[in-house]
Structures are given as structure tokens and as C-alpha cells.
Design a protein around this ligand. Structure first.
Ligand code: FAD
Length: 522
């Protein structure tokens, strides 16, 4: 096909990966990316964590918060009015699906479910942890050689950095203490290490965290010829994917500035609008495979915060090293994460994933009278990720008779933990106490976060090897039965996993984009 046009719905890391790979692979293609939210930063899709000024950072976060965005509500094309607080406050930069106001979704059993509505999607707010999935976490219909290649390309797109903070003496001391504690307890080949993250280390020792901007790369660099074939339209809400039998013909888009609606014809459509809103858009478009919205999983999180023990730390870190570390950190004081360690998933033996983040300050206001307040060695926030085994009963359903605040069929999320998951959560809590005990006293006891807190929602548009009603997408991310309708994002992950999913979703997107390049190119 000559001069194909591809419409992409959603400007997060996955939509951006598709845009990049399609334009690099198809020399005469054109990509238009539609994003419902506003652009937050001068460089489109940049990580909000890179913004040093605290007021600017707060404003960028508020602009991403959709229906809960206070003064920005009207600029997002939504009616003005009081914003009703939900049961939980969403993480900064995100908004709850079940926010409690008019047009709110219903998620009593998954109350912390949240989304971000802005250029760059959740990828403007993410923590940038990109561990590789392993063992049963991986997709079983892709062979090892191809999978490793997909992961490497995905790591390139995300600017993977496996040695981030490896030179942090505090990070090294934490690894040392954990390694001592777990000695002899971990399966062969599994050890305490640094957590791979997405970003570029800067000469001053700080990080420039990856956002959609870095995935788009040359597409938003005016000096690159690729940029002439790419267009990003913010505040453009895709209301429908139009189809003609087995083909997508384009998208119906509402310009949220003018409220005008128009049809944009395309030779292929990629829907990467997150794990709740992508299936919602397909449903609203009359595309309703049996597995759509079902098999919802996340990884449950048991977390705690400890103050690093002065005696144990001072045996491993000198005062000069601590001072140098704090000096390095002072370049971006608003970015609280300094060194990140982990123990990966391995089965049998350690079917969980531990992440340990060092920060100078606790993640919550600590009473100044607390004995650990102002701890000069800092704190660690640590958590065990525990898997959820996919079941058809867990998922999101859509109601054609009740519309949400955007006018889409409203969502209801049903979700329950089974005995199997409860048992693993209990075991992970015991392990978390052990790991925390090696580092210092608790300032927050281990606790299980409410369902939905991981922000890593998977399974609602699963990819599968065969069209047997348990998947939405084929092994190349095409919706079953459609030649040119592709879906992307964490929703495609069909497995039970314990870790941050964006790397895995990007790898799956690389495979989908390669297939689309060969179809459109040839
Ligand atoms: P998103 O980034 O969610 O982007 C989807 C976009 O689609 C949104 O911008 C949305 O506005 C847009 N959209 C939705 N509907 C429409 C429509 N109808 N028309 C037009 N546009 C639409 N993951 C990790 O792997 N590691 C981490 O450390 C990590 N930490 C996180 C921390 C936080 C605070 C948050 C919020 C997320 C974190 N995540 C992490 C999750 C990670 O950000 C997501 O996995 C990733 O952003 C998913 O990319 P995506 O492109 O599929 O979707």
C-alpha cells in the first residue's frame, strides 16, 4: 500500500512506540495520534518528574487529572461543577475511575483504579521501573529468541538503564544488608540487584526520566524528516472506531476545544488508550469479543516504610559518601527517588517481586516527635508485588444505558481475590517483614494496598494464540477478525505477573508494529 495513513488512539508510551516503529518502518506512511488530554510540557509527553519547579510540577499533574482536575475541568471540555472526592484520592497526575461524582464509573471492589488523561498518558507520571518479566510471567506463544529481541528493542525505545544508581553508596549498603538477610533462601541464580529503570543519566548525576517524548524521539525533533509525517493532536477524544466488516476504516474524533466531531479515515487504527478506556472504546464502537474487559489482573502490593538503621548504615557508608550523595540529589529535590534495588520473581522459591526504593524523606508527613523523624540516613519504601491469576469473572463491563462523564457506556469493575492469592499475599507479607527487618525500624507497618493501587492493569484485551473466546487480540495484537485494527498496552498481557508491566507491553507492541509494517508495506 502506498502512503498509508495510521490513526493512533492514545499518546502514552505504547501509542508512541507504535508511532515510532511504523514511521521508521514505512517510508511513506503518515501517523496521526489522537490524545484526549492536554499537552503538559513544552516537549510533548515529557515525564513530569523532570520538572524541577514544584509549582509547575503540581500544575502539570493537575492538568492530567481529568474529571478531578478542579480548575482545569472546563479546559478539558467537561462541564464546570463541584468535584466529588472518591473513597481514595488518586495518585498525583491520575484520576480515579470511580471518583464518586456524576458520570463516575463503579468500582467498589477495585476502588483505587485510576487513569491519566494527558499527552504522554500515565507515562508522564510513572516511576520508570522496567524489570523484565520472567518464567511464567512471560507470554508463552513467543519463542525465546524472538522474545529477547523484542525486549531489547523495547528497552531501547524506553531508554533502559540497568546500572542506574549502581554507584550510590546507600543503594549498595541496602543491597548488602538484603543479601545477608536472604543468604541461602533464594533460588539459584536469583539475587539482590539494582532495578532497571527508564531514563538517561545526566552528567550532574541526576536522571532525565523517560516519557513518551523519549519514545517518540525523532518524531518530535523538527530536524528529523520523520517529524513531517507525524502529527499529535491533543484534546482530541476518539469517540468511535468505524469498521466495515473485517476492516477498520477510521476514527470519529471530537475536538474538545470546539466540540466539533469529524471522521478521520485511516488504513489502520491502533487503540492504545489504557486497560479500561481501550476496551470501553471498542465496546462503544460495537466491537465486542467475548473476552473484552474480562480477565482483569494487576499485581497486588504489600508495602512498608522503614527508617534506615544508623548503626548498620554507618558501618557501610562514610559521612563523606553520604554528603556527596545528598549533594547529587539536591539537583532535583522534587524528585524523591534515589536508589532502587530489587529481588526478582523466580518460581519456585520466590514467586514475588520485591522493590526497595531509597528516599531522603518518607512518602508521608512524619510526626516531628517520631524517633525516626529527620533520620539522616533516609528511608526506604519497599513493597512486594504479588500476582493475580486471571479469571473471566474479574473484569470491567460496560452499560449502554448509563453513560459516563465523557458520554461513553459506563464502566463497572468486578474483582475478587481468591484463596490462592490471599495465601501468596500472606507469604509475601512475612517476607516483607524479614526484608524490612534487615534495614531498620518500621515507620509504617506492612499493609496490603486496596485493589487497583498498582496502577498496572492487565488482561482486559488479552493476546492469545488461538481465537477461543479467552482473548481479544491475536499473537500480533490485531483484534481477532480484523485485518487492520490493532490494540496495545498492558491490557494485552495474558499472564499472572508480579512486576511493572510497561516493558512487557512495549515488547508486545514491537511485535504488533512489525506485523503492521509488513502488512501495510507489502
Ligand atoms: P497510558 O500511558 O495510560 O496512555 C493512554 C492514553 O490514552 C492517555 O493519555 C489517555 O488520555 C488516552 N486516551 C484514553 N481514551 C482516549 C480516547 N478515547 N481518545 C483519545 N485518547 C484517549 N509502569 C511501569 O512499568 N513501571 C513503573 O514504575 C510504573 N510506575 C507508575 C507510576 C505511576 C504514578 C503511574 C500513574 C503509572 C505507573 N506505571 C508504571 C504504569 C505505566 O505508566 C503504564 O504502564 C503506561 O503508561 C501504559 O502506557 P499506555 O500507552 O498503554 O497507556
Amino acid at each position: 500500500m502506498s502512503h498509508p495513513t495510521i490513526a493512533i488512539v492514545g499518546s502514552g508510551p505504547i501509542g508512541s512506540a507504535y508511532a515510532r516503529l511504523l514511521l521508521e518502518g514505512l517510508p511513506d506512511a503518515r501517523v496521526v495520534m489522537f490524545e484526549a488530554g492536554p499537552q503538559l510540557t513544552a516537549i510533548p509527553g515529557e515525564s513530569v518528574r523532570n520538572i524541577v519547579d514544584p509549582d509547575e510540577k503540581a500544575r502539570a499533574r493537575e492538568m492530567s487529572q481529568g474529571p478531578q482536575a478542579g480548575a482545569f475541568r472546563e479546559t478539558l471540555g467537561l462541564p464546570a461543577g463541584a468535584v466529588v472526592e472518591g473513597m481514595f484520592t488518586a495518585r498525583q497526575g491520575t484520576h480515579l475511575i470511580d471518583f464518586g461524582g456524576e458520570g463516575s464509573g463503579h468500582a467498589p471492589t477495585f476502588p483505587a483504579a485510576a487513569a491519566a488523561t494527558n499527552v504522554g498518558g500515565q507515562g508522564a507520571h510513572w516511576t520508570c521501573a522496567i524489570p523484565r518479566p520472567s518464567g511464567s510471567e512471560r507470554v508463552d506463544f513467543i519463542d525465546d529468541a524472538e522474545w529477547n529481541d523484542l525486549i531489547e528493542v523495547a528497552e531501547g525505545l524506553l531508554h533502559a538503564q540497568s546500572a542506574a544508581f549502581a554507584d550510590s553508596p546507600i543503594g549498595a549498603a541496602i543491597r548488602d544488608l538484603l543479601a545477608e538477610e536472604y543468604e541461602g533462601d533464594l533460588p539459584e541464580g536469583v539475587e539482590v540487584g539494582t532495578l532497571p529503570v527508564a531514563g538517561d543519566p545526566q552528567p550532574d548525576g541526576s536522571m532525565r526520566w523517560t516519557g513518551a517524548d523519549m519514545v517518540l524521539g525523532p518524531l518530535i525533533d523538527p530536524s528529523s524528516p520523520l517529524s513531517a509525517r507525524f502529527e499529535l493532536r491533543d484534546l482530541s477524544l476518539v469517540r468511535r472506531v468505524e469498521t466495515d466488516r473485517s476492516r477498520a476504516t477510521g476514527v470519529v474524533v471530537e475536538d474538545l476545544r470546539t466540540h466539533e466531531t469529524s471522521f478521520y479515515a485511516a488504513d489502520a487504527v491502533v487503540v492504545a488508550a489504557d486497560a479500561f478506556r481501550s476496551p470501553q472504546l471498542l465496546w462503544a464502537s460495537g466491537i465486542r469479543p467475548a473476552a473484552l474487559g474480562r480477565y482483569l489482573t494487576e499485581h497486588h502490593v504489600v508495602i512498608t516504610t522503614v527508617a534506615l538503621d544508623g548503626e548498620r548504615m554507618s558501618e557501610r557508608v562514610t559521612d563523606e559518601q553520604l554528603a556527596a550523595e545528598l549533594e547529587r540529589r539536591s539537583y532535583n529535590p522534587a524528585d524523591p527517588v534515589a536508589a532502587v534495588n530489587r529481588i526478582p520473581f523466580a518460581e519456585p522459591g520466590h514467586p514475588y517481586s520485591l522493590q526497595v526504593m531509597y528516599a531522603e524523606t518518607p512518602p508521608f508527613q512524619l510526626d516531628p516527635e517520631h524517633p525516626a523523624a529527620g533520620n539522616k540516613w533516609g528511608y526506604v519504601n519497599m513493597g512486594y508485588g504479588v500476582r493475580k491469576f486471571p479469571r473471566a469473572e474479574d473484569g470491567v463491563s460496560f452499560d449502554d444505558d448509563e453513560l459516563d462523564y465523557r458520554g461513553f457506556p459506563n464502566m463497572t469493575i468486578e474483582y475478587a481475590l481468591t484463596e490462592r492469592e490471599e495465601a501468596e499475599i500472606a507469604e509475601a507479607t512475612v517476607l516483607l517483614r524479614k526484608a524490612a527487618g534487615a534495614l531498620g525500624p518500621f515507620i509504617a507497618e506492612p499493609r496490603l494496598l486496596p485493589n487497583g493501587s498498582s496502577l498496572h492493569y492487565m488482561g482486559t484485551m488479552r493476546a492469545g494464540a488461538v481465537d477461543d473466546g479467552t482473548s481479544v487480540a491475536d499473537p500480533y495484537s490485531h483484534v481477532w477478525g480484523f485485518e487492520n485494527l490493532v490494540v496495545g498496552g498492558n491490557a494485552l498481557i495474558p499472564t499472572a505477573n508480579t512486576m511493572n508491566p510497561t516493558l512487557m507491553s512495549t515488547a508486545i507492541a514491537v511485535r504488533g508494529a512489525r506485523a503492521l509494517v509488513s502488512e501495510l508495506g507489502g
